[in-house]
Design a protein around this ligand. Structure first.
Ligand SMILES: [Zn+2]
Length: 154
């Protein structure tokens, strides 16, 4: 537990991020009226500041709505080559995962198993399942839908 008062949850039914008061046990989604049990949900972005919180919710909803409109302008192979090039420089695995997440989110709106498999054909990142779990654990990564990741760079 972080001890902070506010956080953000992503509604599993409509995919919108909303602010929550962590002292409450449940909250209602303002978009679809679903009751959300906070103990069952992943809480993102802990803070005590209301203004910081609403800014963060805005950032997250912007990122999440981008993820619904993927850009198809560039050739996919160019995107993967660029990622391979960028993660070749020195850095921790964490740095490299963030580079992968950042470029994939930016180019495709979101990413998942399909994109990671494409990338794995070009560079060794380990087992796909383990890789997915690693992404799940990163605080910069959101999973608005099962197996679909979005990076939010606060
Ligand atoms: Zn909802």
């Amino acid at each position: 537990m972080s001890g902070k008062r506010y956080g953000i949850v992503v509604c599993p039914s409509c995919g919108f991020a909303r602010a929550v008061d962590l002292r409450n046990k449940t909250t209602g989604c303002s978009h679809c009226d679903k009751r959300l049990k906070l103990s069952k949900m992943r809480i993102y972005y802990h803070t005590d500041s209301m203004s910081e919180l609403s800014w963060a919710v805005g950032r997250m909803n912007a990122a999440l709505s981008n993820s619904k409109i993927p850009s198809k302008e560039k050739k996919e192979s160019d995107i993967y080559s660029r990622i391979v090039k960028e993660i070749k420089s020195d850095g921790t695995r964490h740095d490299r995962l963030l580079i992968v997440a950042s470029i994939l989110t930016h180019e495709f709106g979101s990413f998942g198993e399909k994109e990671l498999k494409m990338l794995s054909e070009r560079v060794d990142l380990g087992e796909i399942d383990e890789l997915m779990d690693e992404f799940r654990k990163l605080k910069e990564i959101y999973e608005p839908r099962e197996g679909k990741f979005v990076m939010v760079d606060f």
